[in-house]
Design a protein around this ligand. Sequence first.
Ligand SMILES: C[S@@+](CC[C@H](N)C(=O)[O-])C[C@H]1O[C@@H](n2cnc3c(N)ncnc32)[C@H](O)[C@@H]1O
Length: 270
Amino acid sequence: MPAPPSLSRHERINRADWEREATSFEERHHRALARHGAMGWGIYHLPERRLRMLGEVAGKDVLELGCGAALWSIALAKARARVVGLDLSPRRLEQARANQRKARTFFPLLEASAEKVPLPDSSFDLIFCDYGAMTFADPYRTVPECARLLRPGGQLTFATWTPLQALCHDRERERLVPRLLRPYFGLHRLGSKGSVEFQLPYGEWVRLFRENGLAVERLEEPRPAPRARSSFLAPEEEPWTRSWPADAIWSVRKERDPPSPSARRRQAKR
Ligand SMILES: C[S@@+](CC[C@H](N)C(=O)[O-])C[C@H]1O[C@@H](n2cnc3c(N)ncnc32)[C@H](O)[C@@H]1O
C-alpha cells in the first residue's frame, strides 16, 4: 500500500520497514510478547503487575502509540479500558485485527503517525507504548502531540531504549558493545537507511516534557534477572544488560493547569 504523501522522510522509511518486517517480527517475538497476560515492559517483558507503571485502567480512555499487533491494547480493553490502537503500518494493523478476532475484543484501530494524530485535543486519560512510536518517531513532534491529546492530569507512559543503549549500539553489526560509539551531546536521530530511531540526552527529555506541561513522575531502568533471556538480543549481548540499563520506562503527567507553551518558554529563559 503506498505511503500517504503527508509523511516525512523518516516516517516513510519506518513505515516501509515495518511493512517488510511485520511477519518476521511476529514470528520472533509473539511468544515473548504474549507472556504476563501480554502486559510486559521492555526487552525482557517485565510484568506490569510487578512494575505497576499504568495504574488502574478501567473506565479510562487509552491510546497506544504504535500498537503493532495490539496485544497490550487487547489486554487493556479486557481490563475495561476504552482503547484506541494507532500504528503507521497497515500490515501491523492487519495483525492487530486478526488478534482482535481471536480475542473477540474489539476497539478502534487507526492508521496514522504518532507525530500527527487525527484526533481532537484532550481525548485521553492515558497514552502509552512499549517500544512503539516513542522509539521510532521524533520526540520533538510526539511529545507536544501527546500533551495536546491528554486531558489535564492525564498520563504518558512509554518504554524505549536508554540514551546509554544508543551510545553503545553498533548499528552496522546490530550489536550492543561495551564501548561508547558516538557522542552523547546532540543525540537525536539515529540511523537513516533501513529504519530510523530517535533518542535524546536525559536533560533534553526532561526539558521537552516540562516545556509541554508534562511533569516527570517516574523513570524506571530495570535490571534483568540473572538468568533472563531477551528475544530482542543475541546471546553475546546479554552481559551488557547485566551491567548497564537498556530499557527506560518513562512516566509523565500533564499538569492540571499548565501555562501556555509560550509562557513556559519565557519562564525557561529567565
Ligand atoms: C517494536 S513495534 C512495537 C509495537 C508493539 N508493542 C508490539 O508488541 O507489537 C513498533 C511499532 O511502532 C510502529 N511505528 C513506527 N513509527 C511510527 C509512527 N511514526 N507512528 C505510529 N506508529 C509507528 C511500527 O509500525 C510498529 O508496529
